[in-house]
Design a protein around this ligand. Structure first.
Ligand SMILES: [Zn+2]
Length: 529
């Protein structure tokens, strides 16, 4: 037996089965009952809200031999022919693939002749905003003087792309996004009808994932059923199939970020990606998770209101207690910006990593929220009894700075052989380009690093902190840097890595003996002038 997708199998064939669009259904039924059918309709709204379903029911109803209360009877010859797709009076056109003038001219030629049988010829043009300008003009000609037996139903997700001249000739119906409750109720009808066991919480989760689209929700349900065929679907199974990031994982990510453990956050992220999780989804889930924490902090929410299990609620409450509202707001802001940024981007990994690094290192951001969070971290550390130093220039947050508070070392000047200095200067001047060709986390980690000489043919990459060191000092990264340098500049260098000391002075000056002598000479000769 062949498998029919639930969405097709359960597509409503009468108005009464259509969910969530009562205002539209009522109007259309009344038109049929009173015999006042229009010639051009525009159905607008997000995908999966029932536009084509209602268009088809309407097409059946206007041709039905004995409609019942405005709905098609689904029994007469006309109804059954349309149902089977065998009726020439109902023509469905996908404007996404038939968007040229010729496609519309064909229609214009056809509508010259009245239907041989049945009352109306109905053209359902889906994704109508995809029509070319020429096609729209051709369509407009027909809409201006439509034969009495022709009905156009134009469906679109983007009404703003329809020319005003066309809009003004249509009765417009705006399809609403379908509510969570309505979608959940429909899913329940389906699962009951198909004898599928599914936990209520799991079902509501699928409904929520549909995000206002019944069709999407049903397709998601279909995926879950196919994956766990014959088994009862519970929350965990549904989460697993839909690639959602569970609360435990989100909690771990958040706690690592709060603790400033950059490298571990990046590893965790890598683990999540390796499991095949989709990054846009992770970002959406993480925002939702932060939002739940914020709600928990600001009011008494129960598990149902947050759409989480009792266990998850307990865990959420614990985490919510350990993080301030200001920090949550800042995290949500960082991730909302990220969510806009990655929407159209092909490379999502790097922006997601950078956003997490931003969370772990508030010092990267200069605005008020992050200053507050830095102060909060310092206060906490003082309470825990650590010796905290407040450098004059900036409030720093890394643990080493707090633990060791000796005086900074003096800036050094080191003399190098000429050839070694040239090599060093070459690599330093090209450093941005060299690090820029690395991928993912490595590029981010190396962005703030410096290069220092070790010996002829050996250089060391100095990382600013433990987080970037852990990522950038991996052998695979050092090999990539070496290979790129060797190939691009025909130089065979080896690269090592170390973490910058807590009190190490920045900006050691390297000079060659020649330069040094020249400088001495200048200094000696200057007072003589
Ligand atoms: Zn009928």
């Amino acid at each position: 037996m062949s498998y029919t997708a639930l969405y097709r199998k359960w597509r409503p064939d009468s108005f009464d089965d259509v969910k969530g669009q009562d205002h539209i259904v009522t109007t259309l039924k009344n038109q049929i009952i009173s015999g006042r059918v229009g010639h051009a309709y525009l159905f607008c709204g997000t995908r999966g809200t029932g536009k084509t379903t209602i268009a088809k029911i309407f097409a059946k109803a206007v041709n039905c031999e004995h409609p019942v209360d405005g709905s098609p009877c689904n029994e007469c010859a006309s109804c059954r022919a349309i149902q089977a797709g065998a009726n020439v009076n109902v023509v469905e056109i996908d404007a996404a693939s038939n968007n040229g003038v010729d496609n519309i001219r064909e229609i214009r030629d056809e509508v010259q002749y009245s239907p041989a049988e049945g009352r109306y010829r109905v053209y359902i043009i889906d994704e109508v905003h995809m029509l070319s300008t020429g096609a729209f003009n051709a369509l407009l000609k027909t809409l201006e003087e439509p034969p009495s037996y022709v009905i156009f139903i134009l469906a679109t997700t983007e009404a703003h792309k329809i020319p005003i001249t066309v809009l003004s000739r249509c009765q417009r119906y705006d399809f609403r996004r379908i509510s969570l409750d309505t979608i959940a109720a429909r899913l329940r009808e389906l699962t009951d009808g198909e004898n599928i066991q599914i936990e209520e919480k799991a079902l509501r989760y699928v409904a929520k994932k549909g995000d206002g689209s019944l069709r999407d929700a049903i397709s998601l349900l279909d995926q879950c059923i196919a994956f766990y065929y014959g088994q009862k679907l519970d929350y965990a199974k549904v989460l697993d199939v839909l690639g959602a990031v569970d609360h435990e994982m989100l909690g771990q990510l958040l706690l690592l970020a709060l603790a400033g453990r950059t490298a571990e956050v990046i590893y965790k992220l890598e683990e999540i990606v390796m499991q095949g999780r989709e990054l846009s989804q992770l970002v959406t889930d993480f925002i939702w998770y932060l939002r739940n924490l914020l709600l928990l902090k600001s009011s008494d929410m129960d598990a149902d209101a947050l759409d989480v299990s009792e266990e998850d609620l307990k865990q959420l409450a614990d985490i919510a207690a350990s993080v301030s509202e200001e920090t949550l707001m800042r995290y949500i802001r960082v991730f909302s910006e990220l969510s806009n940024q990655i929407r159209y981007g092909t490379d999502k990994r790097v922006p997601v990593e950078i956003a997490f690094i931003k969370l772990t290192r508030p010092s990267m951001e200069q605005n008020l929220d992050s200053v507050l969070q830095r102060l909060e971290q310092l206060e906490k550390r003082v309470q825990e009894g650590a010796a905290v130093s407040y450098p004059a220039a900036a409030v720093t947050v890394s643990a080493q700075d707090a633990a060791q508070s000796a005086e900074p070392e003096e800036k050094k000047e080191i003399v190098l052989p000429k050839a070694q200095l040239d090599d060093l200067n070459l690599v330093r001047s090209e450093w941005n380009r060299i690090t820029g060709q690395l991928g993912g986390a490595a590029r981010v980690a190396l962005a703030g690093s410096q290069v220092e000489p070790v010996q002829d043919g050996v250089m060391c990459i100095v990382f600013q902190d433990a987080g970037t060191y852990l990522i950038g000092a991996r052998p695979s990264v050092l090999e990539q840097v070496r290979d790129y340098v060797n190939e691009t500049y025909q130089k065979s260098f080896e690269f090592k890595a170390r973490q910058k000391g807590a009190n190490e002075a920045a900006g050691t000056v390297y000079v060659s003996r020649d330069e040094l002598e020249e400088a001495f000479h200048m200094e000696i000769s200057m007072p003589e002038e």
